[in-house]
Design a protein around this ligand. Sequence first.
Ligand SMILES: Cc1cc2nc3c(=O)[nH]c(=O)nc-3n(C[C@H](O)[C@H](O)[C@H](O)COP(=O)(O)OP(=O)(O)OC[C@H]3O[C@@H](n4cnc5c(N)ncnc54)[C@H](O)[C@@H]3O)c2cc1C
Length: 509
Amino acid sequence: MGRVHDIFVIGGGINGCGIARDAVGRGYTVALAEMNDFASGTSSGATKLIHGGLRYLEHYEFRLVRESLMEREILWAMAPHIIWPLRFVLPYHKGGIRPAWMIRLGLFLYDHLGGRKLLPSTSVLNMRTDPAGKPLKAIFAKAFEYSDGWVDDARMVVLNARDAADKGALIMPRTKVVSARQEKDAQGKDIWNIDTINTITGEGGRHQARMLVNAAGPWVDHVIRSAFGQNAARHVRLVQGSHIIVKKKFEDPRAYFFQNPDNRIIFAIPYENDFTLIGTTDRDYTADPKDVKISQEETLYLCNAASEYFKEPVRPEDIVWTYSAVRPLFDDGASKAQEATRDYVLKVEGKEGEAPLLNVFGGKLTTYRRLSEHALEKIGEAIGIKGKPWTAGSHLPGGDFPVRGYEGEVSKLKARYPFLSEGHARRLVRRYGTKATTLLGKAQKIEDLGRSFGSDLYEAEVRYLIDNEWAVSAEDVLWRRTKAGLHMTTQQMHILEEYIAALPAQLAG
Ligand SMILES: Cc1cc2nc3c(=O)[nH]c(=O)nc-3n(C[C@H](O)[C@H](O)[C@H](O)COP(=O)(O)OP(=O)(O)OC[C@H]3O[C@@H](n4cnc5c(N)ncnc54)[C@H](O)[C@@H]3O)c2cc1C
């Protein structure tokens, strides 16, 4: 057993990795265990919006909306490679679900609640003349257009983990926490003894920490029950959300916000150049979160809802990929899944003299940085303050270029590596920002990047992901570190799988 960590974090989703990064940056010693891959839980299954949450205004969640609106530009500046602004087109017609005045009022608040300096404000579109009207049915003669942001969710998680590790945190993927008990240390103080198991090798481990943070997302209650033996824990409401991906439905770079007759909304978003992402659903979920997958009912719901708007219907046979995840919402007793609060709740347990435990319930990708700051306030109260808030104004790895500097970075990369195609250079800057040069190294021609696996994915990139971002399988590379899987054939994916499996164990992980 090594040293006693100040903080031990359970869960390598956005909240666990965000808290670990913030804490180590303030000078705490930190360890984090993730039972699978980073972002393998909810944090890779989101709609991927950095957004205020226009819909939450209807539920009077002003605190959450304001905090989220303010975070949009802070996060964009922190990681301008993986986060960028997106305009949303919200079509409406007379006699629609919500009257125009209500939408206008919501968008007025959205524009003015706070934090908007660079993002353009709301405008009104004539859909008969605006290109955004082209793929939609003629009944939608008008629309509002407003701003929010887009994020590569799984990359945001792994970059937080990477930065935490670079700052000295012990980051342990494929490490499941199986039990956590309070015991006295040599000085008679209570500390946590945490038992872990490596989910690949089965090897056990033991760690000690002064404070434990349970950021297990949908498993947060499960951890409370299994690791701490509190059988009655039931704080989160699990709500499934699914997405479908179809071949590009429209050329316009803007996304659509569609209102459905059941009062819910869905988005249709330009995705990975060649596709349209449509989602999401909202339904209560009771099984193990790891088994979540789209149901036929959800598939039909999404196809029908989008087909109410698009001239060309969306059919189940158009779907090229789907993904599902479970929202770990704090259970506020709301009757409908879509009405349960999207805000987060942080609860510290432990009486005087006991080692404290912080449970994290709920949260959004958008609010993870503020959630982490709030968590650090609680940690400071419990085990003593170290450092100050520092993450606003910081950069995630590769994000150290100007907020509107993406095109400039692409030009620089192409000038330094003239053999890269336009598309390849763009994809590399989107994924790695300024770190793209670390990945490409001294390469002078495309062959220097090693074996090609298809879709601009070369050996050099795969090795970078294994060496720097803890990737150990084709799935990690194809569906979380990148979305190259969308552009590759099954055979190409098999070849990558075999390549990674044949690497010496010390390289693969
Ligand atoms: C359909 C959908 C759409 C969404 N859209 C958006 C959006 O557009 N914008 C937005 O801001 N938010 C969105 N969200 C919300 C956001 O995705 C989640 O709030 C966020 O990802 C939760 O992160 P987390 O770290 O709490 O949980 P997770 O990402 O699930 O992380 C928890 C981790 O804990 C690990 N773990 C569990 N038990 C153990 C154990 N015993 N030992 C070690 N590790 C363990 C799990 O493997 C998991 O990786 C959406 C969510 C869903 C489901």
